[in-house]
Design a protein around this ligand. Structure first.
Ligand SMILES: [Zn+2]
Length: 278
């Protein structure tokens, strides 16, 4: 599952090529987008939002294995914009057997949506309905609305394990498993600590660490964490700077302790029992 930094990365790249393009044809989907021009592309939580003329938005969720691949009219592989689940389709010929949608633009460029496991989706929605929906969503951890006061308030209201609270997308958007593990280690907080028992200083450390790891992820272009790491150098590189995630048995960067792995809420949870005390 791509996390916020991976989605943000593909959105930033697509924002440099898509705005202004007019849809010429849609294949394998029937969304009524032909003739519409792309005005803007941005991200909310892990949803990719493409604003189109006619007061509608095309929403894309990559889920587990979705990909977006943009190819310009010259079809040069080096000019492709790729994002989402890294597989050989990033560099192979398109469409592939995993292609679920092809959007062709009047200038000859194309956008492919591929998805091996088919959990991802594309949806068209009225812009006003979407904006109403967004206003009811909690802030993403990179939004201006995500303040120390906001986090303090959310944590104080729950006795659940802090890791589960910061992963709860109904409370705050975009803190995925990799980044939650890393932020808790940097903040020296045990992932199972009941969130309402965190002291003011711990909440401050956690807030700073959450922002730090998400921003590091975005700067690294996300984490291309799969068997296909490094396809033609197009993937993100946050996996080279994992703090505790996927480092079971290795030394903690804070204290040299040995990193342990447990399961919490069904997710792989990595922490250092020496410096992340309950
Ligand atoms: Zn440690």
């Amino acid at each position: 599952m791509p996390e916020l930094p991976e989605v943000e990365t593909v959105v930033q790249q697509l924002a440099s090529v898509l705005p202004g393009k007019v849809v010429a044809t849609e294949e394998l989907i029937d969304l009524d987008i032909v003739g519409r021009r792309i005005e803007r592309i941005y991200r909310k939580q892990k949803i990719i939002v493409v604003e189109l003329t006619g007061e509608v938005v095309l929403l894309v969720h990559l889920k587990m294995t979705g990909q977006l691949i943009y190819e310009d009219k010259n079809k040069k592989q080096k000019d492709r914009v790729v994002g989402g689940h890294p597989t050989s389709d990033w560099v192979g010929s398109l469409p592939s057997k995993h292609t679920r949608a092809i959007i062709s633009f009047k200038d000859g460029s194309k956008l492919f949506f591929n998805d091996q496991r088919k959990f991802g989706w594309l949806r068209l929605m009225d812009k006003s309905d979407w904006e109403k929906k967004v206003s009811a969503l909690p802030p993403d951890v990179v939004d201006v609305g995500f303040t120390l006061a906001y986090l303090t308030n959310v944590l104080a209201k729950s006795s659940r394990a802090v890791k589960l609270v910061i992963l709860d997308q109904a409370k705050m958007g975009g803190m995925g498993n990799i980044y939650a593990n890393d932020a808790l280690n940097i903040a020296k907080i045990h992932p199972k600590t009941p969130s309402n028992q965190l002291k003011t200083d711990a909440v401050k450390r956690l807030y700073a660490a959450m922002i730090r790891v998400i921003e590091a992820g975005i700067s690294a272009g996300g984490a291309s964490y799969s068997h296909f790491v490094g396809i033609e150098g197009q993937g993100g590189t946050y996996q080279d700077q994992f703090v505790v995630y996927d480092r079971e048995g290795k030394a903690c960067f804070n204290c040299g302790g040995v990193i342990k792995k447990i399961s919490l809420g069904g997710r792989g949870t990595y922490f250092c029992p020496n410096c992340q005390l309950q």
